[in-house]
Design a protein around this ligand. Structure first.
Ligand code: 5GP
Length: 180
């Protein structure tokens, strides 16, 4: 992780390395099992795609789509399910895969929701964690990087649907926010 002239940046190389480390840990923890990775759309789709290809255990995939910030950069605290899971999670070893934990409101809601559906186990894997912003407690078992309180884009993370395709993660400057 580096802070360059252009602002905060996590390079493609650093992401690759850390995703592999997370996948190795998950593979170890779920040895002999077949976890169901639940990706939170849209932000987690790239992370999930890279993570699953580094796993050495068989895994299945499902997706949940939740309402996002839209054009604002602050969470409203309201979570709306736009697309629910396509399969039951009862009796499954579920790993929620999320791009970033900020206030924790989204994951707290989703964790509690999935818990009511009686999975055999339920864990959370988040690529980024803005720990200092947390408003509610949420059990994050696997964290890629702890990041400062900046608005980040790239590697699946967007601002007004832009920047998702970047291979690295970087800070979006207030100047750039203004110009969109
Ligand atoms: P929370 O409910 O934890 O406050 O927010 C989680 C969601 O907010 C994430 O899934 C993500 O969609 C969005 N979010 C939080 N921080 C950032 C950020 O720095 N950049 C982007 N693009 N989205 C963020």
């Amino acid at each position: 992780m580096t802070k360059k002239e252009g602002g905060f940046l996590i390079s493609e190389e650093d992401i690759k390395k850390r995703v592999k480390e997370l996948a190795d840990q998950i593979s170890k923890d779920y040895e002999g099992k077949q976890p169901l990775l639940v990706g939170i759309l849209k932000g987690a789709f790239i992370f999930l795609a890279d993570l699953i290809r580094e796993l050495s255990v068989d895994a299945e995939v499902d997706f949940l789509a939740v309402s996002s910030y839209g054009k604002a950069t602050e969470t409203s605290g309201e979570v709306k399910i736009l697309k629910d899971l396509s399969e039951s999670v009862e009796g499954r070893d579920v790993v929620i895969v999320e791009d970033i934990v900020d206030t924790g409101l989204t994951l707290r809601y989703l964790y509690d929701l999935l818990k009511t559906r009686k999975p055999a186990s339920l864990r959370i894997c988040a690529l980024l964690d803005k720990k200092e912003r947390r408003q509610v407690d949420v059990p994050v078992d696997y964290v890629g990087f702890e990041v400062p309180d900046l608005f980040l884009v790239g590697y699946g993370l967007d601002f007004a649907e832009k920047y998702r395709q970047l291979k690295y993660i970087r800070e979006l400057t207030p100047e750039e926010v203004k110009n969109i």
